[in-house]
Write a protein that binds this ligand. Structure first.
Ligand code: PAF
Length: 282
């Protein structure tokens, strides 16, 4: 696996590969790789000749009181995992390589749609940090396809909208949520959970599944379902941020005419913020 830290290196590599007719798949990450990330890599390798993975813990998408400093950095084990998947290229830029003019002076990409609701409501500026860094990474790597996990459903929807609005010449693809045996969605933040917290963390998924089955059996009182599911999650000691049934494309609150729904949840277990979702077509 080749590891590049400079724009100029990865650009030269991709340019040469494209001249040889190779198709480039790209998996942007913040490292601390788990099975969910490796699933993205496998998907990228299936539909492309070369898989480029990036690892960059992007400070621009963390709020001042959030866990940027604490965020796990596990470069050596990440490299081993990527080698295990026969990943061709790792792009590992420094903060000064990504933000040479400083973060405050960085030109931003702002997607007004869908960014001030759900996770955007409790993490102001988060999605602007994501869309800015993803735009930069796409400009640097210039892949044919970029793959994102469905676990971050809102992030995926925002990135799709951004790519459409900015006429980006890249295919945005999605990869299913990887889960632990008890259903908990895999996330780098699961590592923050104590052993005791870990035992109840899958309640979010259990409640999402319960709502999914209620919707499938014809329940149409969305507010009541959201409230009941929130109570189930709070009953095991979590603090609900949101539990919401939405239109899967626009992320607007679901109405009875909507056929494609997503049920999204975010909750705090101790200091750890967990998110998850399920989709349903009625
Ligand atoms: O999902 C993530 O890991 C990050 O938000 C991303 C897309 C790599 C941008 O920093």
């Amino acid at each position: 696996m080749q590891i590049f830290t400079q724009f100029s290196e990865i650009r030269a590599f991709v340019k040469a590969a494209k001249m040889q007719g190779k198709r480039i798949g790209f998996v942007p990450t913040m490292g601390n790789l788990h099975e969910g990330h490796l699933q993205l890599v496998r998907q990228a390798k299936q539909t492309n000749d070369i898989c480029v993975v990036s690892i960059f813990v992007n400070p621009l998408q963390f709020g001042l009181s959030e866990d940027w400093e604490q965020y796990p950095r596990t470069f050596d084990s990440d490299v081993e995992k990527l080698k295990g998947e026969n990943t061709e290229v790792l792009f590992y830029p420094s903060e000064s390589e990504m933000y040479p003019n400083g973060m405050q002076n960085q030109t931003r990409v702002f997607c007004p749609t869908m960014t001030d609701i759900l996770c955007g409501a409790s993490r102001p500026g988060h999605f602007e940090g994501v869309t800015t860094v993803v735009t930069k990474l796409l400009h640097i790597v210039k892949p044919h396809e970029a793959i994102f996990g469905i676990k971050d459903f809102q992030q995926l929807a925002v990135i799709r909208r951004m790519a459409e609005d900015l006429c980006m010449d890249v295919q945005i693809s999605a990869s299913p949520i990887a889960r632990a045996a008890d259903g908990l969605a895999l996330s780098s933040r699961n590592g923050y959970l104590t052993d005791e917290e870990r035992l109840t963390a899958n309640q979010i998924y259990k409640s999402l599944q319960w709502v999914q089955s209620q919707l499938a059996s014809g329940e149409t009182n969305y507010k009541q379902l959201e409230e009941a599911a929130s109570k189930q999650i709070e009953a095991v000691g979590m603090r609900i941020d949101y539990f919401s049934i939405r239109n899967a494309k626009t992320l607007e609150e679901a109405v009875s005419e909507d056929a494609n729904l997503v049920v999204l949840a975010a909750a705090y277990l101790g200091n750890t913020r967990l998110i998850d979702n399920v989709t349903i077509t009625l």
